[in-house]
Design a binder for this molecule. Sequence first.
Ligand SMILES: *Cc1c(COP(=O)(O)O)cnc(C)c1O
Length: 342
Amino acid sequence: MHPAPATTPAAPAFGKAFSDHMLLARYAQGSWSDYELLPFGNLSLSPAALCLHYGQTIFEGMKAFRRADGRISLFRVADHYRRLCRSADRMCMPHVPEALFTEGLTALVAKDAAWVPEDADGALYLRPFLIATEERFGVGVSEEYLFLVFTGPVAGLYPRPLHVKVEDRYIRAAPGGVGAAKCGGNYGGALYPTQLARAEGFDQVLWTDGSDDLHLEESGTMNVLFRINDVLVTPPLSDTILDGITRDSVLQYARTLGIAVEERRIPAKELVEAHRAGTLQEAFGCGTAAVVAPLASITVRGERLELPPLSEQHFCMRARRYLTDLRRGLLPDPQEWNTIVI
Ligand SMILES: *Cc1c(COP(=O)(O)O)cnc(C)c1O
């Protein structure tokens, strides 16, 4: 990592600073310990711990927000918990008890409340994760696990539109595989194609299903949405697509605005044709880290499709403002997506 330049704003860059405490709970002999809040620090693991060899690791990514009234809230905790359970099922790992998850996260964020940024766009990023810790040779389901959560403040950056390449050689997930689980291996496997795309001058890859039609799936580690002819279009959830909570929040918001939403397969050719017809209005990734990441261009088999310049009127920017205001407690929250921590 590069040293921070002298002009860096007060809030540190994404993922470079950690709060004072972390949560730890142990699973052994079929049951969970209570959680402890410990000073943030290194773990001690056997070199034979299964997670270090065979990829039995899963994680979540969520945020705590400073509300306009000064209180702190978590966003869609129950949905993150359910997704952690689904990832655990796919990777043969035990469920973390829901009370441990919810109460533990709340206690951790309350203890490190001073780390939650004050500015409207900043947030405290939370990284819950579960790893297989039994020590033994040989592939197998671990009988021991650690569940940990650590946190760190992140700045909300104004989104810089990204140049992406539709990846037509490598894939991140296959039907029947683990693409829908937030498990470590999905991300390690994506590094190499992403690095190749960067060397060609792109910011990110747009993943496809690897078929001749190149059905679009995700943008880097985000879900991807397009506005074509005033319809918001996104690939349907499947076992190759991560069920993003930002994706779901954005789709629900679009529906409340009366915007037509289609969850269906999107061949890359459709983008090329829509671009030619002048109906490709916007394209963006979405996820907890960036909230929305507008696309500046999409390159399909060497043909570069330029998107219209980003404006505050774009749906993705409206959705971003909506989510920011909702989390800050400035809008009604009928679905109780916010959980007040303190
Ligand atoms: C986490 C993740 C997302 C976004 O999910 P959110 O719940 O919106 O943060 C999308 N795609 C992949 C591959 C992910 O890992």
